[in-house]
Design a protein around this ligand. Structure first.
Ligand code: BQF
Length: 297
């Protein structure tokens, strides 16, 4: 069976068009959703990501502000910046682009963001709310995007066995929590596998829904996939490729060419999960703005 290729790019465009309508309505009522992105230093990938986020926000009608701090900015400077954004009524969503430089403690930064403005969903309060099954919580953008893609392609995880490969705080753990929730996109039977799982294939072959976020190319090959499974590839890996102008190409964690012959549906890299991550950031910003209006009236 040749799999359906799930275009995250197309679904993200659809989501962004829907959000644009919601933002227009809010704006007509006098509430312009606002997003602040904070970047410390000049890491090229980080600059690329915050640039895309800011442009996507503006295109949706969201007020967007980028704060750039030098690579040697102190932890106190960053915390002060966050305090200012917490207190700014035009800003409903705040994200600090990760990773931050080594001299800054990431945990302190995440704790400083007002949980109601935490559009990345990384504050321990929101992590706790998600893991206890709270439904009105800001959830991390990448796993939220994976769920949205599954639902919009008729691959509802409810009642299915979902296997998550990877246990990071940004993808694997929140992904498992979302799949477990008693809510649309949830109600799955969930297994988490990781780099120390013995006989990974024996676990992944049980998956009706397989989400892979482990950060290694070709971790999942065709023999590790149940025929007809929905496969979501969260990996973003650079591979040397002299035939490309840049000298590299970007691949996921899944052997796409092999697995697409076995799976029922599969996301490509690039153009799969990545664009959905951006769309879900906008969704979280609109959600945060609506919540903050409800709280202040
Ligand atoms: C695509 C990220 C690792 C570390 C920090 C579109 C994105 C990526 C790919 C994107 C990511 C990865 C982001 C594509 C945001 C996803 O077309 O395939 C968009 O912008 N991402 C980030 O902000 O920080 C990261 C990965």
């Amino acid at each position: 069976m040749a799999a359906e290729i799930i275009s995250g790019k197309e679904i993200a465009a659809q989501v962004r068009a829907e959000l644009k309508d919601r933002v227009e309505e809010l704006t007509a009522e006098g509430l312009v959703p606002g997003l602040a992105t904070v970047i410390v230093g000049e890491d090229p990938a980080s600059q690329l990501y915050v640039g895309m986020k800011g442009r996507a926000a503006k295109e949706a009608g969201i007020y967007s502000r980028q704060v750039t701090l030098p690579a040697d900015a102190s932890e106190d400077e960053l915390l002060g910046t966050i305090e200012g954004l917490n207190a700014d009524p035009r800003i409903h969503g705040i994200l600090v682009q990760l990773p931050v430089p080594d001299h800054i403690e990431e945990g302190k930064v995440l704790l400083a963001i007002d949980p109601e403005k935490d559009v990345d969903g990384f504050h321990p309060i929101n992590v706790g709310r998600l893991s206890t099954g709270d439904l009105n919580v800001l959830v991390p953008c990448t796993p939220k995007g994976c769920i949205e893609m599954l639902l919009r392609t008729g691959n509802d995880p409810a009642g299915k066995h979902a296997v998550v490969v990877g246990r990071s705080n940004i993808v694997g753990r929140p992904m498992a929590s979302l799949l477990l929730r008693k809510a649309p996109g949830g109600n799955a039977t969930v297994t988490i596998a990781h780099s120390r799982t013995a006989d990974l294939g024996a676990v992944t072959r049980q998956a009706d829904v397989l989400v892979v976020a482990i950060g290694r190319p070709d971790t999942i090959t065709a023999d590790m996939v149940k025929p007809g499974a929905a496969v979501i590839d969260v990996g973003i890996n650079r591979i040397d490729d002299a035939s490309r102008e840049r000298g590299y190409r970007v691949v996921g964690d899944v052997d796409f060419e092999g697995v697409k012959e076995v799976a029922g549906a599969i996301t490509p890299v690039p153009g799969g999960v990545g664009p959905m991550t951006i769309a879900m950031l906008l969704s979280n910003t609109v959600q945060a703005a609506e919540n903050q209006r409800a709280a202040s009236s």
